[in-house]
Design a protein around this ligand. Structure first.
Ligand SMILES: *Cc1c(COP(=O)(O)O)cnc(C)c1O
Length: 379
């Protein structure tokens, strides 16, 4: 089945009790049993909920996976993956990635004796060089937030397999419409469903998708034991959001390309980070593993001062100044003080995330209006 059809039908079965075409919001904490231990497969809603089950099935299908699990946020999904590990285990992670992931790794999990090595994963040899006999997990983001760096998933998957380590890919920026990491050998795909999957800036949620039944069992055990499950209303919102993923992403890609090319030609704009440029260092790999380049990009002004950047950030009218991304409306963000403030400044600068960097999440409005808005803000 093709993706557009899966997006509409994945996980959707008429409700067994009424035939309702939309999976109802099962707003319940528990389920009545006929006699002790005799039930319909649902005991307690932390462990099972029909609305969540429909969503998890949808996650699996649209990522070409066998199993999906839903979490109360993207970081809760990441948290569950790290809980597969033991003290003493080592993780190799991308040096350029979402600030909240870095914070979770360094500030929460390091004190439990898990060691994280941050390397530039755009060159897979750096990953190979960091492998030790204790490496259990490789954590990738591609494209990265916010610098749009691209890592070759298949190449890193080969390194992970050789080392006997798991590979997890944060696929939030691409969405399943543009990239399916399991097809390139990843063991786990992670999403902040808050972003493109939900798509409407009205819910916080996370997802994991995998193929291996044993891995699914371990992660399901963590999900129900640690309890970071989304409520049924949130599951319904993401199920509903997914139904238009392909339509939204088509427009995000079209608008993203128009805005990126326009920015690049603007006399006051310096470097533009967007992986669809033919001279982007990751273009060849992106073209191999992605079906389009999306609506996320970052840029700096030629006047590389924080003041000039802040003027632009405060002057847009259609682009709202806010954290988050992937919703239908366009957002503008200052990574250094907002989404990536939890990464120490020296670490940020080492990876090229300067204080003057501006990130855009290009929405699905009319591209001409978006360009006009940026034009008046850049001045
Ligand atoms: C937002 C985001 C997360 C965290 O997800 P939450 O839903 O906010 O917990 C993780 N990775 C990336 C790339 C993100 O953009």
């Amino acid at each position: 089945m093709k993706l557009a059809t899966k997006i509409i039908h994945a996980g959707m079965e008429p409700d067994p009790s009424t035939g309702a075409i939309m999976t109802p919001i099962y707003q319940t904490s528990t389920y009545v049993q006929e006699s002790p231990g005799q039930h319909k497969g649902y005991e307690y809603a932390r462990s099972q909920n029909p609305t969540r089950k429909a969503l998890e099935e949808a996650f699996a299908q649209i990522e070409n996976g066998k199993f999906g699990l839903a979490f109360s946020s993207g970081v809760a999904a990441t948290d569950a993956v790290i809980k597969l590990l033991q003290p003493g285990d080592e993780v190799i992670a991308a040096s350029d990635m979402y600030g909240g992931t870095y914070r979770l790794f360094t500030r929460v999990f390091e004190k439990f004796g898990i060691r994280f090595h941050y390397v530039d994963t755009t060159n897979p040899e750096n990953v190979s060089a960091a492998i030790t006999e204790k490496t259990r997990l490789i954590w990738l983001e591609t494209p990265t937030n916010p610098l749009m760096n691209i890592t070759d998933i298949a190449a890193v998957s080969a390194i992970a397999k050789k080392a006997g380590a798991l590979l997890c890919v944060d696929n939030t920026f691409a969405s399943p419409y543009l990239q399916n990491p399991l097809d390139f050998g990843a063991d786990i795909v992670m999403h902040s469903a808050t972003k493109y999957l939900g798509g409407h800036s009205d819910v916080i949620q996370g997802a994991l998708i995998m193929n291996d039944p044993a891995l699914r069992e371990q992660l399901y055990f963590i999900q129900k034991s640690c309890g970071a499950v989304p409520g049924p209303m949130d599951c319904f919102l993401v199920l509903r959001g997914i139904k238009t993923l392909h339509l939204r992403m088509q427009r995000h890609c079209e608008n993203g390309e128009k805005v990126a090319r326009w920015l690049r030609n603007h006399p006051k704009v310096g470097k533009v980070y967007w992986c669809g440029f033919e001279d982007h260092p990751g273009y060849a790999v992106a073209s191999k593993q992605m079906r389009g380049f999306g609506g996320m990009m970052s840029f700096v002004l030629k006047d590389d001062s924080v003041e000039a950047a802040k003027r632009v950030l405060s002057s847009t009218k259609l682009f709202s100044l806010a954290e988050s991304l992937g919703g239908v409306e366009s957002l503008i963000n200052h990574p250094a003080s907002m989404t990536h403030a939890s990464i120490p400044r020296e670490e940020r600068l080492k990876n090229g995330l300067t204080d003057s960097l501006i990130r855009l999440s290009v929405g699905v409005e009319d591209a001409d209006d978006l360009i006009e808005d940026l034009n008046q803000a850049i001045g």
